[in-house]
Design a protein around this ligand. Structure first.
Ligand SMILES: [Zn+2]
Length: 425
């Protein structure tokens, strides 16, 4: 149907590979937020050559922002000949640290066996490159297109997105009338559309005690033993209850189709830093536990919190000297774009044309920047769609398949054509 457009993408395969490798060579490791500015400038330079208006936007004063590690985002916009909707492709440029176990240099952009290797290859510099190629091919095929196209490279997704999409959304970059449709090329596999994600509640629970000499623990009150009682109650009551809560959201992998809670950390007792390896001689008067609760569209956050505080309050009634504090660390509401939303239908059309089958619709177990687009930008026509295998993200020898990138660039280009030109040839 759109042969000219699809051939244009095939013809750009080498460019797509080179662009992906170039992006990987910027070691945009977060934390601390390395090489953000040169990476953002590189993207801006490329798009400027194609006539985009480009802007570098620093997330001033956001977590981690300082002159050594400025949170520099790039936003590029191209207005078509006539008015129409705006389609925005948003990719994060930050990557997690390389870690151990690599057989190739994680920041060399190694190309072999039909794959591009490197930290961020799949999550998500391959997706960013595919979206740029899709847009460039679309502009060449249909130079008179109506509406506008935006491409952004944003920072800090891996640490919550505060200096990136959240900051931009707070400045109106992800709201109507500036933007109508958002595609985030996260690595959810080339034939799947990700409609949203589960909710998150992170909290820190602290049990309180009273310090005393370790030889006479009966004179104090042991906060670690109190936390042991909390953990025992969680094991007995909370975890089995969470396991029973199933969702109708199509979360992948299937194990995440229920409520989950991770215990991220536990810290109790006096510091051992001043003489490493030696235990503290005291009865601990504080123990802190961090929980990471992922919840479902069917749950309400106040109920999610109450399940935990009910257990803590029960211990307070039943257990001598038990006392606690609880502090919210992070809250994200679950979000799910409707299946008949325009951006979903447009990308589904692309998947059907390229793969000749219906897309799979999925929900991500963890969150990504869509939360800020929905919550701050109040824009709900947003999905994640991009090449790459989710399980490879954050792992050693991360890679993205060249064929996968080409195919998903075609899907994105067809989606763009549906949204801006009604799918005309
Ligand atoms: Zn990602």
């Amino acid at each position: 149907m759109t042969d000219r457009l699809l051939h244009g993408i095939d013809a750009r395969t080498d460019d797509l590979v080179a662009l992906t490798a170039d992006l990987i060579r910027f070691p945009t490791v977060n934390p601390p937020g390395e090489a953000y500015r040169p990476c953002a400038e590189y993207i801006a330079e490329r798009l400027k050559k194609r006539g985009f208006e480009t802007e570098l936007v620093r997330g001033e004063g956001t977590p981690g922002d300082n002159d050594r590690y400025p949170r520099v985002n790039v936003v590029a916009r191209f207005d078509g000949r006539t008015p129409g909707p705006t389609v925005h492709f948003n990719s994060h440029i930050d990557v997690v640290e390389a870690g151990e176990g690599w057989t190739v240099d994680p920041f060399a952009g190694v190309v072999k066996d039909g794959r591009v290797y490197g930290r961020g290859a799949c999550d998500m510099k391959g997706g960013l490159a595919a979206s740029i190629i899709a847009v460039e091919a679309f502009m060449d095929a249909y130079p008179d297109f109506p509406g506008a196209i935006e491409i952004s490279g944003t920072v800090d997704e891996e640490s919550g997105g505060f200096g990136g999409v959240a900051y931009l959304a707070s400045k109106g970059y992800f709201s109507k009338p500036k933007v109508d449709h958002v595609i985030i090329p996260e690595p959810l596999n080339k034939d799947r559309i990700c409609l949203g994600h589960r909710g998150v509640w992170w909290a820190e629970i602290e049990t309180l005690g009273e310090i005393a000499h370790g030889s006479m623990p009966f004179l104090g009150d042991n906060a670690v033993r109190h936390m042991g009682a909390v953990l025992a109650a969680f094991e007995a009551d909370l975890f089995p209850a969470l396991d029973k809560k199933q969702t109708s959201m199509p979360v992948v992998p299937e194990g995440a189709r229920r409520s989950t809670m991770n215990i991220n950390s536990i810290h109790g007792g006096q510091t051992e830093d001043f003489r490493p390896g030696l235990p503290s001689p005291n009865v601990p008067d504080s123990c802190r536990l961090t929980i990471d609760r992922r919840f479902l569209l069917e749950e309400r956050i106040d109920e999610v919190k109450r399940e935990v505080t009910d257990i803590l309050d029960r211990l307070k009634r039943e257990r001598a000297r038990f006392d606690y504090r609880i502090r919210d660390v992070m809250e994200v509401q679950p979000t799910m774009t409707e299946r008949d939303a325009p951006v979903v239908k447009a990308v589904a059309e692309g998947i059907m044309q390229v793969f000749e089958r219906e897309p799979a619709y999925v929900i991500s177990p963890g969150t990504y920047d869509q939360k800020h687009v929905a919550r701050i930008g109040h824009l709900f026509d947003c999905i994640a769609y991009g090449p790459g295998i989710l399980d490879l993200a954050h792992r050693p020898d991360e890679w993205v398949g060249i064929d996968d990138m080409v195919q998903s660039a075609k899907v994105m280009a067809i989606g763009l054509n549906v949204l801006l030109r009604g799918g005309a040839r």
